[in-house]
Ligand binder design. Structure first.
Ligand code: PML
Ligand code: MG
Ligand code: MG
Ligand code: MG
Length: 252
């Protein structure tokens, strides 16, 4: 692994003012890269912020930080499988089946589905106890922002060749995030569907089951969505959050 300095880039965009002033969350993005890649990564993130189906952003925050390459973890991407479903109702039933197989409790599954189906302004992820279903973080709509992960560029090209149907940056970003989350000590599973009203596919992710895409978890036009991480009871939450937000991870 290269010893060159690494940079973390984080973007968040909102409409109607900054997030902290009550603006509507439009888009977020996280990348990791070397110094000579920063300009291209910034323009990619700006494009994402400015061309979004949730609306026209009038606030964009971009943070660039140097990170210690020595602390980088290298993880293989989760294997991908796809569950074709007819509608959101069947999709959510399928998600519940997969989560049950991972020992997430009925209560926690109900809470997660209810939460993701009702929120439309969540920036980061919500942490739920996988047994009691109780919320474990105190971040409100800000949630936990998983960052400092990205694909090793060569590995991504190779992966893309093997998975020609999954060529979109959205899927690449979601797999990188889901892989980091799945391998974080304390994670039992993740449930995600996009808050983008035009994108209805979501997934259940875990170390055991991989990245299980479900073709429909909501109906077209719905602004609800986000991420829930089901966490093993007894996990030290502040450490768990630091890991997700700060430890650099290469998908390689
Ligand atoms: C997002 O867009 O915020 C999450 C998308 C998750 C699903 C991506 C896919 O596998 O199609
Ligand atoms: Mg989004
Ligand atoms: Mg994101
Ligand atoms: Mg989001």
């Amino acid at each position: 692994m290269s010893k060159e300095p690494l940079y973390s880039l984080r973007m968040r965009a909102a409409q109607g003012g900054a997030h902290e002033e009550g603006g509507l969350h439009i888009s977020g993005g996280e990348r990791l890269g070397f110094r000579d890649e920063i300009e291209a990564l910034v323009s990619g993130l700006l494009r994402k912020a400015l061309q979004h189906s949730r609306g026209d952003a009038d606030f964009i925050n971009l943070t660039i930080e140097k990170v210690e390459p020595a602390s980088c973890r290298v993880l293989s991407p989760l294997p991908v499988s796809t569950y074709e479903v007819a509608d959101a109702e069947e999709g959510r039933r399928q998600a519940a089946v997969l989560l049950r197989e991972l020992s997430v409790s009925e209560q926690a599954i109900r809470n997660a589905l209810c939460l993701l189906g009702s929120v439309n302004n969540l920036r980061g992820a919500v942490l739920l106890d996988s047994r009691s279903g109780e919320r474990l973080d105190t971040r409100g709509e800000r949630g936990i922002r998983v960052s400092r992960m990205d694909w090793d560029r060569e590995r991504y090209l190779y992966w893309q060749n093997q998975h020609p149907l999954f060529g979109s940056p959205r899927i690449a970003e979601a797999i990188a995030l889901a892989t980091k989350v799945a391998y974080a000590p304390g994670t039992v599973a993740e449930l995600c569907w996009s808050d983008d009203p035009e994108y209805v596919t979501g997934y259940v992710g875990s170390r055991r089951s991989g990245y299980c895409r479900i073709t429909r978890l909501k109906e077209q036009g719905d602004f609800s969505g986000g991420r829930v991480f089901f966490v093993e009871p007894g996990t030290f939450i502040s450490e768990y959050i630091v890991h997700l937000e700060r430890t650099p991870v290469w998908i390689g």
